[in-house]
Design a protein around this ligand. Structure first.
Ligand SMILES: [Zn+2]
Length: 115
């Protein structure tokens, strides 16, 4: 019982986003779909059966769960593996990547300074 409750917590705090495999459109549960009268906060699983991708018209079965924006990326079971990178949210990953880029740029500039 407690195991199940724990698994549900992650899904409840941040509903999963779904990406259209045909065109790359991402359904954001927090935004809903104003074109189809889907109110913000509607999980993908509760969309009407006749809901289609607003961009290319693909069925909901063509969508892939890409996880929520707020929760750590990667599968929940994998969170403890792999140097802890899987625990980072996408925002933190971006910070890491751009931070590394900025450092590389500064290093590049310092080479110019030496000439
Ligand atoms: Zn689409």
């Amino acid at each position: 019982m407690s195991e199940q409750a724990k698994e549900q917590t992650l899904a409840e705090t941040a509903p999963s986003r779904y990406e259209c495999r045909s065109c790359g459109y991402v359904y954001e549960p927090t935004k809903g779909d104003s074109n189809r009268d889907v109110p913000p906060g509607t999980p993908f699983e509760e969309l009407p059966n006749d809901w289609r991708c607003p961009v290319c018209g693909a069925r909901t079965s063509q969508f892939e769960n890409i996880g929520s924006s707020g929760a750590p990326s990667g599968f929940q079971e994998n969170l403890n593996y792999g140097l802890g990178v899987n625990r980072l949210t996408p925002g933190q990953k971006n910070l890491l990547i751009f931070g590394a880029l900025a450092l590389g740029f500064l290093f590049f500039l310092s080479l110019y300074g030496l000439r």
